[in-house]
Each structure stands twice: as structure tokens, then as C-alpha cells.
Write a protein that binds this ligand. Structure first.
Ligand SMILES: *Cc1c(COP(=O)(O)O)cnc(C)c1O
Ligand SMILES: [Zn+2]
Length: 476
């Protein structure tokens, strides 16, 4: 693989080239780096980096209604984009340089059909369908921003590790824009076919390593560093900038009113982190007064955040989380040989790279974390599907989590709740067909292996002889 010019430059640059820059999230370090530099972590202390801005020198909108004026500019690609319509809230590249393939045309739907299942009043539950993005998941929001930064620094090759959707997203952006060549790393047999088919179809160089996602993630960072290939996992701070816009669109759909709850599945914790950053910034800029509460939902087979936050009481603590607690946790995980395992493959992650940023989001948004079982995920998924659009298993964790929090009385029946449906239904047809179908062997193979016992909301297909009388009898 050829080297590109994305290697790390010296961090002691005398002058910033832009009002946008990068900042270490560790308050005891706080080092800043130019927008043109490429780092995965802070070179000084190893913490995660944020994209940050000199807001006081930038033309910040006075209110959120400001963005409505762009609705009538939809013939401009970047104004059509559900990400770049909000460019003034992620202003690290000039509008005309922002990469777009039409991402972010997603809707917030009042889900009166699902609300009773969750235990909410019919008008209280909303679903944000991020599966309607070009590659079928919310990842496109972040990828448009990550690709924009990669292009800005002259990258010619991009790489990511993926449970499926990040690779599908990177592959579609590279194929559609021809801005970079694309290499993806996936774990052994851990990828839903809908997602794998996308990466292959879009021509991504696909490397299947013998290990799980956490192994692939570790390796890809090494490869990126050693070969100077631009990394597009969610440790990339610019990807998270793009994902902030999911929340901007939720507010837009609610006529700029802030809901009571945002509920999102947690895997690598990029989405939850970016939502938190979105609300921190909107609040700081005076664009919202109220802050929603955040609930991050783990699958019980990949519940690092749940254990650390809810059971071990790990907190953001002003940017100084208890590192000893974190290290001890992962050390024990290694000692026990514990690997993530869930049918919700998009969140089958035990070592979330954005853990500390997510703690910040939970802190600012008075958040909670829950873990839900495979059965709860699949039953919620069936309820969502029966109300239209549908989603992949990981997405349904948000609704399963909402149900749990209503049952616990943490969420009130009449609170306004937004669940983010992160990926499209056809991403993982096996899970859906196994749940609804009548093939016991297939059920056992796909779902039984994850401990799922039954399918109480199954919509079984019926079979009938090729005989008009029997068919008509069946219809009556
Ligand atoms: C990536 C992904 C997630 C997990 O998001 P994180 O930002 O990694 O926490 C959840 N659902 C779907 C469908 C995904 O593709
Ligand atoms: Zn630092």
C-alpha cells in the first residue's frame, strides 16, 4: 500500500491555519492541534481529541430557526445534505469543500404504534429513522464529515475496522466520490450479510482478520499509523462532528423543541458521545436552554459501559475519570478471555474507543445506561417493524431500553422520548427471517445460539397447496 501525506506533522505549530482546531479532552493536558494534523489520540497524553472552534470569531446563528432559510436552497448539494445544512455548527471546512452523497434525509416519526409496547402515551414516542441514509445507517452522517477532513489533509487512502456499517458507509463514500481508495477490516464471521454485501459491491478492499471487532479495531489503528492511511473509525473526531447533526435534525423535526429523552444503542460509543457534544455546544452557544436526558443501551452480551457506569459508578468527574478502575476492568476482561457476543452485531463491542467521551455526554445530559437481553432486542425489533420502516437488531436496543426505563419509572409515561433507529431493516435479514419464519432449524442456528427462546410477535408465513379452493379458504 502506498504512503499518503496524512502522516502526523509536528504538533508545535506556531499559528493555527483555521478557526477550527483539535483539542485534547483531558483537562490536565488540553493540548491543541491544527486542523491539518492527523492524530488518532493526543500525542502528548494519549487521550481522545475533539474538534473545537473559536466560536466567538465565527458567525454563530442567533437561533436555531436560522437554519430554516436553507430549506429553500435544496438545489445546492450541501444544503440538501442533512449534515451540511448545519455547517455553521461544525465549521471545520468551507461549505463548498464539504463531501456529500445526500446523507441525512432521515425522518423523525411519531410512533403511536410502538408507544403502547414501550408503555408510553401514544404521542410521547418518536423514532428517528437513520436507516434511511444512503448506506442504510447513521454512519453516513459521520462519514461525510470524516471524508471532508480526510480530503482537507490530502488523504488518498482510507481505512476502518467495522462490525459492518462503518465499512459499508466508507465504501459507499469512496465509490461514489472517488476521493480515496478504501480498505476495510472486519472480524471473522461477525458481520451481517447485508453489510458485507455493501462493502463488496462498492469495491472496498476487504480484509477479514481472524479475531473479533475489538481485535480488528486494534490492528487497524496500527496499520493506519504505520502506513499513513487515513483512519475513519469513530476515534476520528471529525466523524463525531457529522453525527451531531442527527440531534440537530431531531430538534428541527420537533420545531426546535428539546425532547425529554434521547435513547441510543451503545457500541463504540461514538454516537452517544457526539450527541452529548452537540448538546454541550448548543447550550454553550445559547441555542437551547433545556438539555435532554440521555440513555445509552448496551446489549447484555456487550455491556462494558453498563457495568462501568451503573455497577462500578465510573463517572466523567470533570474530565478525570478513574483510570485505574477502567484499566482494572479491561485487565480482568482479558484475564477471563471475555469476548462480546450479541445478535445485535453493530454493538458487539467490549472495548468501546469513545468510552471517556461518552462519560462526558452522560454527565452533561444526566444520563443513564441500561443493558437489554437478546430476547428484548428482537421483540422490540418486531414491534418497530410492525409500525413501518423497521430496523436492524442493534437499533431496536433503543426501544427495548426505553421500555425498561418506563417500567422502572425512570421515564414518565408522558415524557417526550426519541429513540434513534441507527440502521436499516435489510442490513440483517437473517435475524428477521429467523424470528418470523417457521424453520425451527434456522431459528436455532441464528437466534437460539444467542439464547433466544421464542418469538412472541412473530408474523409467520403460512404455506398452502397450489389449489385455488384451499387458497380461498385460507383467505376467508
Ligand atoms: C455503529 C452502530 C451502532 C453503534 O454506534 P456507536 O457509535 O458505535 O456506539 C449502533 N447501531 C448501528 C446500526 C450501528 O451501525
Ligand atoms: Zn492530551
Amino acid at each position: 500500500m502506498k504512503k499518503t501525506e496524512t502522516r502526523v506533522k509536528k504538533s508545535s505549530q506556531p499559528k493555527r491555519t483555521s478557526l477550527a482546531f483539535q483539542r485534547c479532552i483531558n483537562p490536565d493536558c488540553g493540548a491543541t492541534y491544527d486542523i491539518t494534523e492527523v492524530h488518532h489520540y493526543c500525542p502528548k497524553c494519549g487521550s481522545l481529541l475533539d474538534a473545537d472552534y473559536e466560536w466567538d470569531k465565527l458567525p454563530v446563528p442567533k437561533n436555531l430557526k436560522h437554519f430554516e432559510k436553507y430549506w429553500k436552497e435544496r438545489n445546492i448539494l450541501q444544503r440538501f445534505s442533512g449534515v451540511w445544512r448545519f455547517q455553521e455548527l461544525l465549521p471545520f471546512a468551507p461549505l463548498e469543500k464539504c463531501v456529500s452523497i445526500g446523507e441525512g434525509q432521515t425522518i423523525l416519526q411519531q410512533a403511536f404504534g410502538v408507544a403502547p409496547y414501550v408503555g408510553l402515551d401514544p404521542k410521547s414516542l418518536y423514532l428517528q429513522y437513520e436507516g434511511l441514509n444512503p448506506s442504510g445507517s447513521f454512519k453516513d452522517n459521520g462519514m461525510s464529515a470524516g471524508m471532508t477532513h480526510g480530503t482537507l489533509v490530502g488523504a488518498k487512502q482510507a481505512v476502518c475496522a467495522s462490525t459492518g456499517n462503518t465499512s459499508a458507509s466508507l465504501a459507499i463514500y469512496c465509490a461514489a466520490t472517488k476521493l480515496m481508495n478504501c480498505v476495510i477490516f472486519i472480524g471473522d464471521g461477525k458481520i451481517a450479510y447485508g453489510k458485507l454485501s455493501q462493502a463488496l459491491d462498492y469495491g472496498a478492499r476487504t480484509v477479514q482478520i481472524h479475531g473479533d471487532f475489538d481485535d480488528a479495531m486494534a490492528r487497524v489503528q496500527e496499520v493506519s499509523r504505520k502506513l499513513g492511511i487515513y483512519l475513519l473509525n469513530s476515534v476520528n473526531p471529525f466523524r463525531l462532528e457529522g453525527q451531531k447533526t442527527i440531534m440537530f435534525r431531531v430538534l428541527e423535526a420537533l420545531r426546535w423543541n428539546v425532547p425529554d429523552w434521547i435513547i441510543v444503542p451503545g457500541g463504540n460509543l461514538g454516537n452517544s458521545s457526539s450527541f452529548g457534544k452537540a448538546f454541550i455546544e448548543l447550550h454553550k452557544l445559547g441555542l437551547i436552554k433545556k438539555v435532554p436526558r440521555l440513555a445509552v443501551i448496551n446489549a447484555s452480551g456487550a455491556d462494558t459501559l453498563y457495568r462501568l457506569f451503573e455497577q462500578e459508578n465510573l463517572r466523567w468527574n470533570g474530565g478525570r475519570p478513574d483510570k485505574k478502575k477502567i484499566n482494572a476492568f479491561f485487565k480482568q476482561m482479558t484475564a477471563e478471555g471475555r469476548h462480546a457476543s450479541t445478535i445485535a452485531s453493530a454493538i458487539e463491542i467490549n472495548r468501546p474507543v469513545n468510552l471517556v467521551k461518552c462519560l462526558r455526554a452522560l454527565d452533561f445530559c444526566n444520563g443513564v445506561v441500561r443493558s437489554v437481553s437478546e430476547q428484548e432486542i428482537l421483540d422490540a425489533k418486531a414491534q418497530i417493524g410492525a409500525s413501518g420502516f423497521g430496523c436492524e437488531p442493534a437499533s431496536a436496543a433503543s426501544v427495548a431500553g426505553a421500555k425498561k426505563l418506563v417500567e422502572e419509572g425512570v421515564i414518565g409515561k408522558d415524557e417526550r422520548v426519541v429513540c434513534v433507529l441507527t440502521g436499516y431493516q435489510l442490513k440483517d435479514p437473517n435475524a428477521t427471517v429467523a424470528y418470523h419464519g417457521t424453520n425451527a432449524k434456522f431459528f436455532k442456528e441464528v437466534l437460539g445460539s444467542h439464547g433466544v427462546k421464542s418469538a412472541p410477535f412473530a408474523n409467520h408465513p403460512v404455506s398452502v397447496d397450489n389449489d385455488i379452493k384451499k387458497i380461498l379458504d385460507l383467505m376467508r
